[in-house]
Design a protein around this ligand. Sequence first.
Ligand SMILES: CC(C)(COP(=O)(O)OP(=O)(O)OC[C@H]1O[C@@H](n2cnc3c(N)ncnc32)[C@H](O)[C@@H]1OP(=O)(O)O)[C@@H](O)C(=O)NCCC(=O)NCCSC(=O)/C=C/c1ccc(O)cc1
Ligand SMILES: O=C(O)CCC(=O)C(=O)O
Ligand SMILES: [Fe+2]
Length: 358
Amino acid sequence: MAPTLAVSFNDSSEIIDFVLKKGNGVKGLSEMGLDSLPEQYIQPLEERMCDTITTSQESVPLIDISKWDDPGVAEAICEAAEKWGFFQIINHGVPIEVLENVKEATHLFFGLSAEEKRKYLKELSPSNNVRFGTSFSPEAEKALEWKDYLSLLYVSEDEASALWPSVCRDQVLEYMKRSEIVVRKLLDVLMKNLNVTEIDETKESLLMGSKRINLNYYPICPNPELTVGVGRHSDVSTLTVLLQDDIGGLYVRGNNDSWIHVPPVNGSIVINVGDALQIMSNGRYKSIEHRVIANGSNTRISVPIFINPGPSEKISPFPEVLASGEKAVYKEVLYSDYVKHFFQKAHDGKTTIEFAEI
Ligand SMILES: CC(C)(COP(=O)(O)OP(=O)(O)OC[C@H]1O[C@@H](n2cnc3c(N)ncnc32)[C@H](O)[C@@H]1OP(=O)(O)O)[C@@H](O)C(=O)NCCC(=O)NCCSC(=O)/C=C/c1ccc(O)cc1
Ligand SMILES: O=C(O)CCC(=O)C(=O)O
Ligand SMILES: [Fe+2]
């Protein structure tokens, strides 16, 4: 796209104003056609995906879940959650059209003018549950991330109808509704393997009492090797359902400090275990560190749905897991405290979970 804004910056505060306060995001910077990355985005060497970092040839499992009754499917899911913490699913029952529509809706939202998107900035948004932003936690970060996002906390259809941006609302709601069926089946299988045999109302609120969906936008970056799309982190969810487009760039921590690429597979959905499930399973299921690189030639989008405990839930290892005498590795924490701890600091790999360690 041709540059739409004739803007130049004299100092750092002008960039912050343009990106954060005026609602241009990094998309606005990208579209100016800068020759080099503004210094605020330059990550320390150890956070960059440079040549010295080993990328592994291994890959996370790709599981065909069309035959739920096949015990091999349940086995593959549990093994993937234990060993890799990440897997991709195909033949999951969410129609391709629903996936395509939500990706298109993401482009529609970010294609709105800065004035329009700005209405959803934290300071201006009609609700705390609808937030347009950039980077992860700009106030807390030493170096910013090359990413814009719209984050929507699902409360009810009525609230979504009233408050969510209309260009993407229906497509997002449909994707959430269709993927929920898959989430229930996955949790059912994962719980049975922990001897948690029934997901009653109490367990449902514990495992999936709140849902947040993010629309992530990673525009073309002038010096992708100097920055990150998303820094190293693990999700604080129970499970994350992640839709990515066909660009690639998501890496997951593998053995011996290597990084494994999660390649785009047409029609697939990526699933990963979050910290809440690692805690509830007493470490049996792994919430694995991951990151996204910046890209010098393509815009990338992704759409994660974070399936979380209800904010007022207290999470701790399930009694069923500890029944055989296994020692608890995590203490009980109030989930909203855990999430606040996560949001108040910059991304720092796997350290969030220390908040719950005994
Ligand atoms: C109880 C909560 C946690 C807090 O609510 P609150 O006390 O009314 O306050 P706020 O909603 O204003 O949020 C508290 C702080 O968290 C920050 N925050 C609030 N949502 C956000 C937000 N989507 N983004 C980035 N800061 C935020 C927000 O900036 C704010 O910081 P501060 O203004 O300095 O007090 C509430 O948000 C809640 O019920 N959440 C439901 C559970 C929930 O959202 N779980 C999180 C799942 S998200 C996840 O797993 C991963 C997300 C993720 C995201 C980006 C990544 O790069 C990587 C991962
Ligand atoms: O963009 C991606 O593929 C992953 C993003 C991510 O890790 C997150 O939003 O938590
Ligand atoms: Fe993540």
